[in-house]
Write a protein that binds this ligand. Structure first.
Ligand code: PAF
Length: 280
């Protein structure tokens, strides 16, 4: 496995592979890898000849008061993990390699980015779309892998690929959870032991939603109200949003019917966590 820091080195490797007729699977990450990322890498490994993982904490997708500086980083541990999963190349650029001083081109999507996380993180999806677009141009993958935990991000990337005629298959992979149900996230490391327990309210509320739907609930407003009521019982939790939206357009929907995304962002102390379930 190679670890490279420049765009030139990625291009040289990928060019050679393509010349040999090999397919390339790509997993973009911000590092501090966990089993959620591992499941994306494993899927990429199964379905492609070569696997590239990018590790880049993208400054453009963080707001001024967000956790860019404290975002956890551990390249050595990430490299070992990638190697154990059969990754061929890690791309780990410095911000200056990705964004030159005179950088001024952005990918700015409307509609889908204006709901859910886009409301509380106004610059976030512009940063995500711009960096993913750049990474796609650099790596030129056949397939790219994203987790369903960031369901809005996944829908946005699929839409961007379609809108901009990119010849890349975007593959979504299921949420990976801890044994007690908490969705795996690099940000879980911010939680104190007490907050870690309180954070279970997210997955428990997702399970409640699934149960209510299985029991025949059809009204999205009723579902959301019951979910909020459940979260509010946890003193350390503060709701950012709980919403039931169309899974493709991210627009609110009255009736519970597929494709639907039932998603939430909840602060546990200072840590903002997300979780969801998708009705396919
Ligand atoms: O999901 C993430 O980790 C990031 O948003 C991504 C896709 C790597 C872009 O920086």
């Amino acid at each position: 496995m190679k670890v490279v820091t420049t765009i030139k080195e990625v291009r040289e490797n990928v060019k050679q592979w393509k010349k040999e007729g090999q397919t390339v699977g790509f997993v973009p990450t911000m590092g501090y890898l966990h089993e959620g990322h591992g499941s994306l890498i494993t899927k990429a490994r199964e379905n492609n000849d070569k696997v590239v993982v990018s590790i880049f904490v993208n400054p453009m997708q963080f707001g001024p008061t967000e956790d860019l500086d404290s975002y956890p980083r551990d390249l050595e541990k990430d490299s070992k993990y990638c190697e154990s999963l059969g990754v061929d190349l890690i791309f780990h650029p410095e911000p200056s390699e990705m964004y030159h001083d005179d950088f001024s081109s952005y990918v700015d999507m409307s509609v889908l980015t204006e709901e859910l996380c886009g409301l509380s993180r106004p610059v976030h999806f512009r940063g995500v779309c711009t960096v993913v677009n750049k990474l796609f141009n650099i790596v030129q993958p056949d397939r790219a892998y994203f987790g369903e935990k960031d369901a809005q991000q996944l829908a946005i990337i699929k839409h961007m690929v379609q809108d901009l005629n990119m010849d890349i298959e975007v593959v979504g992979c299921p949420i990976i959870r801890e044994e007690d149900g908490l969705a795996k996230s690099s940000r879980n490391t911010y939680l104190s032991p007490e907050e870690r327990k309180a954070a279970l309210v997210l997955s428990q509320t997702i399970n409640l939603a699934k149960q209510l739907i299985a029991d025949g609930e059809k009204d999205a407003d009723v579902l959301v109200a019951k979910m909020k009521e459940n979260i509010e019982k946890e003193p350390l939790a503060k709701i950012d949003y709980v919403k039931a939206v169309n899974g493709l357009t991210m627009q609110q929907q009255k009736e519970i019917k597929a494709p639907m995304l039932i998603a939430m962002a909840v602060y546990i102390g200072k840590t903002r966590l997300i979780d969801n379930t998708i009705l396919h």
